[in-house]
Write a protein that binds this ligand. Structure first.
Ligand code: GRF
Length: 203
């Protein structure tokens, strides 16, 4: 059976990407085919290099359409089945998403992880904003990606309480651990065939 081929798109440190790459390397039926960053020098590239995972930079440029076309060219060249966003600091256009889903019989196969119980705290600085609001609990959401900012349908949510006296730094560490657990659990479910997947098919 062919492995499910995953591309990870990330702009930053890449701790989620690293957790996914490591988990994929322990599973037979999925692979991280490449990591792509829009930032040269992003930490995620070094992590991919250390794990011998193919990696590309498609640098940010003003023309969004051209940038997305270059990303799509790679997704097509490598016959990618799923795109996992992991701290990718760009919104994807409806045209991008439509093109990608057309290669998968119309299925949405782009996911993102976000550190809040969406729809609460979309966008940047979610952990800090929830902390400053002294919420009792927050969590992480794994969701399908649409053209909005953290607005697509939810696939998984995991909860995290805020302990009395806990610092923002400590809470953030627990958040990132929970993100890694949630994202790698999703990957395991995919490897077990429990996440319906339409393989890449050029149209
Ligand atoms: C994570 O908190 C992710 O949820 C958010 O951006 C952050 C990326 O962190 N979208 P990392 O690069 O995976 O360490």
């Amino acid at each position: 059976m062919n492995k499910i081929r995953i591309a990870i798109l990330a702009s930053g440190t890449g701790s989620n990407a690293e957790a996914l790459m490591k988990k994929a390397q322990s599973l037979n039926s999925v692979e991280v085919t490449f990591v792509l960053s829009d930032k040269a020098g992003a930490g995620v590239l070094e992590k991919a290099q250390n794990l011998s995972v193919r990696h590309f930079v498609v640098a940010k440029q003003n023309d969004r359409r051209e940038h997305e076309q270059r990303v799509l060219n790679l997704l097509r060249e490598y016959r990618i089945d799923w795109v996992f966003l992991a701290g990718y600091m760009r919104l994807l256009s409806p045209e991008f998403l439509q093109t990608f889903s057309a290669w998968h019989r119309g299925s949405s196969q782009v996911v993102n992880i976000h550190p809040s119980l969406l729809p609460a705290y979309p966008g940047v600085d979610s952990i800090r904003r929830a902390y400053e609001d002294r919420v009792n609990e927050s969590g992480v959401t794994l969701h399908l990606v649409d053209e909005g900012m953290d607005t697509g349908p939810h696939l998984m949510q995991s909860r995290l309480t805020l302990e009395a006296g806990e610092s923002l730094a400590d809470w953030s560490v627990r958040f990132h651990k929970l993100e890694h657990q949630t994202y790698t659990q999703f990957l395991e479910l995919m490897a077990l065939g429990q996440i319906p997947t339409s393989p890449f098919e050029e149209t």
